[in-house]
Design a protein around this ligand. Structure first.
Ligand SMILES: *[C@@H]1O[C@H](CO)[C@@H](O)[C@H](O)[C@H]1NC(C)=O
Ligand SMILES: *[C@@H]1O[C@H](CO)[C@@H](O)[C@H](O)[C@H]1NC(C)=O
Ligand SMILES: *[C@@H]1O[C@H](CO)[C@@H](O)[C@H](O)[C@H]1NC(C)=O
Ligand SMILES: *[C@@H]1O[C@H](CO)[C@@H](O)[C@H](O)[C@H]1NC(C)=O
Ligand SMILES: *[C@@H]1O[C@H](CO)[C@@H](O)[C@H](O)[C@H]1NC(C)=O
Ligand SMILES: *[C@@H]1O[C@H](CO)[C@@H](O)[C@H](O)[C@H]1NC(C)=O
Ligand SMILES: *[C@@H]1O[C@H](CO)[C@@H](O)[C@H](O)[C@H]1NC(C)=O
Ligand SMILES: *[C@@H]1O[C@H](CO)[C@@H](O)[C@H](O)[C@H]1NC(C)=O
Ligand SMILES: *[C@@H]1O[C@H](CO)[C@@H](O)[C@H](O)[C@H]1NC(C)=O
Ligand SMILES: CC(=O)N[C@H]1CO[C@H](CO)[C@@H](O)[C@@H]1O
Ligand SMILES: CC(=O)N[C@H]1CO[C@H](CO)[C@@H](O)[C@@H]1O
Ligand SMILES: CC(=O)N[C@H]1CO[C@H](CO)[C@@H](O)[C@@H]1O
Length: 762
């Protein structure tokens, strides 16, 4: 363009020198297209002189077209016209070029029309614009590989250059035209345009071997096009699974997997097999939800397809065939029901009863009773879908046996007795204990007798054999079982009484110790007697070494009193207390014996182990004694005392009470009651006569009564005269026993005093 500017500037300078009113115009250059024949006219007006020469010159900086240049500048070929205007006094002149074949090379050239007027050059330059469509060589179509795997992306580019004006691009597949999403981009290069457009696409099997054409539409709808053909486009296998995936348990699964499309071709195989056919006969419920995978591989890759199997089954039940419950508690039977599809209905019933007890999988029996034991049936229903879209119900059931455990509510015995009275030696009937319990009870028989208890049987049977005192008492049967570690029990008791003759359990002297009893106190002897029925009579006696009778009945001794209490809980235990009041030292040495009687007979006699010892101040047995003697005779004087313990006996001859004439020491002797001190005088002299006082003393004290022994001279003493002796009994020692028995007790009195007298006579 710079050269044009320079020219115009130059010419304007000239114009100012030539004229102020001339005009140059060039026509016939509008809308020039390659291949046209252009007739160009240059018209000049307002000229004061006739132009001497007018011509065209084609100016090109590069390229250009020589033929066109020569032709347009060949003035001989011009048609020239000059007209003079008389009114304006000016010339109008024009030149017309011959038809110039327009070629693209002159596009952008400058066209100069120059004229020489009055020896001055005037001119005008215009730029030439030549339109032309691109040539086939100006169109390029290229891009990524013709054959690639499906899914890859590619880009093809179509570019057309040397086009004026810019070409538009049209894309076309085998059938249709389309516009890529990215726009065409136009750029100008010197005097022409380039149009470029990219088509981005994803390889797809449908593109295989298809032709794609890029068409450049240029000036005057002239087109050029380029075509590329896609190659074979690879793609992974396309799989189709056929067959039923919804099955009833037990049916045969038959699935086929096929490659319906693949490039290159491939075969389908199920995982775990070498073929595309999967058959599973007798399908199981555990296979519900299982997924089977089919796979096929080619050079484009692998594809897999999964079939999920649905197995309809059941209902199936999972629960124990036996359930345990405990009476009074809540018992729940929990069933697990498995079915596919899930059960639509659950019903718990008791066998033989149509009442629905529960519609859940849990059967709850609150506060179970033993009547709740039995068989329970759970029914479950599910829907089965048939091929013809008909549904049907499938119902199955299961039975569970419920056991209710319970402890014994009561125990019973057979024969049904509460009390049994038997004679000793007779047979005790066989007794059986029963109780209603589950699990079955164990039994235990225990005998209670007073404070003792004794295990009698570890079974329900009680066999006591012959009635004896051993079997007397309350016999308790305990029926028991264990439920959940806890013991449940019930008892029943009967009393067994046996009639038997009394037995003396014990007889003993109360309060016996190392210290002897004092006389005048109360002594009690207790006998424990067992018998049934209670003893009708209890007989006491004394056993004393001094007596020949080993059982001296206590008759007519009012000092003895018997009292009996009976405790007839099972048999009778009688406590018989014999009271001796007051006691006397003459009772010393006594052991007490007792026996009892009832309708069954007598007991044997039982005697206290120990004897009683009763101390007393010595007592004289008689208070005076008179001897008649002659001098020279032999004299035997005696003084007797009752004393426990043994006394110290001192003789005094009156009136001397200080100096004894004789003594005897029996102290330390506890075994004797009666002590006789014998004062022997070999020859009686006159000094012998007089009164002797005998005093006895023991640890209890000194005797109150003294024995006075009188020795008198016989009135007519002669040789060989016999002595005479007399005594006076002390009344106080002759004990009087008072009969003191009651209806129950018979005390056999025994007069000790009699014996005293007899002894004294020895
Ligand atoms: C232009 O002229 C040539 C030669 O005379 C002729 O062959 C051609 O057809 C012409 N072109 C047009 C468009 O008239
Ligand atoms: C051609 O392109 C059109 C529009 O995108 C499409 O519908 C048609 O299927 C294509 N034809 C071929 C043979 O690719
Ligand atoms: C595509 O082009 C090729 C050659 O470029 C030609 O042989 C083939 O017939 C064309 N296909 C179609 C469908 O036009
Ligand atoms: C070019 O094609 C377009 C669209 O097909 C049309 O409108 C136009 O008239 C055509 N021009 C010429 C010069 O044929
Ligand atoms: C499995 O199905 C295929 C195709 O449907 C059939 O040919 C074949 O016999 C079937 N197999 C069985 C065991 O039913
Ligand atoms: C597919 O299986 C058939 C039969 O076994 C065999 O002939 C064929 O070659 C296989 N094709 C491929 C691509 O493996
Ligand atoms: C069935 O069971 C129900 C509920 O436990 C009870 O009320 C009814 O008496 C029973 N019927 C028979 C026939 O046992
Ligand atoms: C359980 O049942 C027993 C017997 O039917 C009844 O005596 C008792 O009250 C009941 N207990 C409860 C908590 O319902
Ligand atoms: C089966 O029933 C369902 C629901 O009623 C319906 O949608 C479906 O079309 C039916 N199929 C056939 C094969 O009748
Ligand atoms: C210089 C030049 O080429 N002149 C030519 C102009 O046109 C005539 C007629 O065609 C030719 O004869 C000339 O040679
Ligand atoms: C009208 C006009 O410009 N005429 C000129 C033509 O040329 C001569 C000499 O060259 C001038 O003198 C005129 O004035
Ligand atoms: C008007 C015009 O052309 N004038 C003259 C220009 O110069 C030549 C010679 O140099 C003359 O012959 C013309 O008359």
């Amino acid at each position: 363009m710079m050269f044009l500017v320079r020219i115009v500037f130059l010419l304007h300078v000239v114009v100012f020198q030539v004229s102020v009113s001339y005009n140059i115009s060039i026509t016939g250059i509008e809308d020039l297209g390659e291949g046209d024949n252009a007739t160009i006219t240059c018209s000049l007006s307002g000229l004061l002189y006739e132009p001497s020469l007018t011509r065209f010159v084609l100016i090109s900086t590069s390229g250009g077209n020589e033929a066109a240049k020569a032709l347009i500048s060949n003035t001989t070929l011009y048609t020239k016209t000059t007209i003079y205007n008389n009114v304006s006094k000016t010339y109008v002149s024009s030149i017309v070029s011959p038809p110039i074949p327009i070629v693209r090379q002159i596009n952008g050239n400058g066209l100069l029309c120059m004229s020489i007027v009055n020896n001055t050059t005037i001119n005008k330059v215009v730029g030439l614009i030549v339109n032309y469509a691109p040539n086939i060589g100006n169109l390029n179509l290229w891009g990524t590989n013709l054959a690639l795997s499906e899914g890859r992306t590619g880009t093809w580019t179509c570019s057309v250059t040397h086009s004026n004006p810019a070409s538009t691009l049209i894309w076309r597949n085998d059938t249709d035209t389309f516009m890529p999403s990215s726009p065409a981009v136009v750029t100008k290069a010197s005097n022409s345009y380039e149009t470029r457009q990219e088509w981005s696409f994803t390889y797809h099997r449908d593109l295989s071997f298809t032709n794609f054409t890029c068409i450049a539409v240029g000036y005057r709808n002239q087109t050029v096009s380029k075509t590329m053909q896609f190659g074979d486009i690879y793609y992974v296998p396309e799989l189709v699974i056929r067959g039923k995936t919804f099955l009833e348990e037990g049916e045969t699964l038959n699935l086929t997997c096929q490659v319906v499309a693949a490039n290159p071709m491939a075969n389908a195989t199920w995982t775990g097999t070498a073929s595309g056919v999967k058959e599973i006969s007798n399908i199981q419920k555990k296979q519900d939800g299982e997924e089977l995978t089919c796979e096929a591989t080619n050079s484009a890759g692998s594809s897999r397809k999964t079939a999920r199997i649905t197995v309809h089954y059941g209902p199936y039940f999972s629960l124990a065939s036996n359930e345990l419950g405990r009476e009074g508690t809540s018992v729940s039977i929990v069933a697990t029901v498995s079915a596919n599809p899930a059960p639509t209905r659950l019903n718990w019933k008791k066998a033989g009863n149509d009442t629905v007890l529960s519609t859940s999988r849990i059967l709850l029996i609150e506060n179970a009773t033993k009547e709740d034991a039995g068989n329970y049936i759970l029914e479950a229903t599910r829907v089965r879908q048939r091929e013809n879209n008909i549904t049907e119900d499938i119902t199955k059931n299961v039975s569970v046996h419920l056991e209710i455990r319970y402890g014994p509510a009561a125990a019973r015995i057979s024969p049904n007795i509460t009390m049994l009275e038997l004679d000793i030696g007779s047979s005790v009937p066989h007794i059986v204990c029963t109780a209603d319990c589950f699990p079955t009870c164990d039994f235990k028989w225990t005998q209670h007798y007073r404070n003792t208890q004794r295990h009698r049987s570890g079974t329900a049977n009680l066999d006591l054999g012959k009635a004896s005192t051993e079997v007397i008492g309350d016999h308790t049967c305990e029926a028991y079982n264990y439920i959940g570690g806890q013991k449940y029990s019930a008892t029943v008791t009967f009393q067994l009484r046996v009639k038997y003759a009394p037995t003396i359990q014990a007889v003993s002297i109360n309060g016996l110790s190392n210290t002897p009893f004092n006389d005048s106190g109360v002594i009690r002897i207790t006998a424990v007697i067992r018998a049934f029925p209670a003893p009708s009579a209890v007989t006491w006696g004394i056993k004393n070494d001094r007596f020949t009778n080993p059982f001296k009945p206590l008759t007519n001794d009012s000092r003895y009193y018997g009292n009996r209490t009976n405790d007839c809980s099972y048999d009778c235990e009688s406590t018989e207390v014999l009271t001796l009041n007051p006691s006397s030292c003459t009772d010393t040495g006594n052991k007490y014996s007792v026996y009892a009687a009832n309708e069954k007979g007598n007991s044997s006699v039982k005697t206290t182990l120990n004897r009683v010892t009763i101390t007393c101040i010595p007592r004289r047995v008689y208070y005076s004694f008179t001897h008649f003697k002659c001098e020279g005779e032999e004299l035997n004087m005696t003084a007797s005392f009752v004393s426990v313990p043994g006394p110290f006996i001192t003789w005094y001859q009156q009136p001397d009470n200080k100096n004894h004439v004789y003594y005897e020491d029996f102290r330390g002797n506890w075994n004797t009651l009666y002590y006789t001190s014998r004062y022997h005088v070999q020859f009686v002299t006159s000094q012998t006569f007089g009164t002797y006082m005998v005093v006895a003393e023991n640890s209890r004290g000194v005797s109150n009564g003294r024995v006075l022994v009188q020795v008198n001279r016989k009135p007519n003493c002669t040789e060989g005269s016999t002595s005479t002796t007399s005594s006076t009994t002390d009344r106080s020692d002759a004990s009087t026993l008072i009969y003191n028995g009651d209806i129950m007790t018979r005390i056999i009195l025994y007069v000790v005093a009699c014996t005293v007298v007899i002894q004294a006579k020895y």
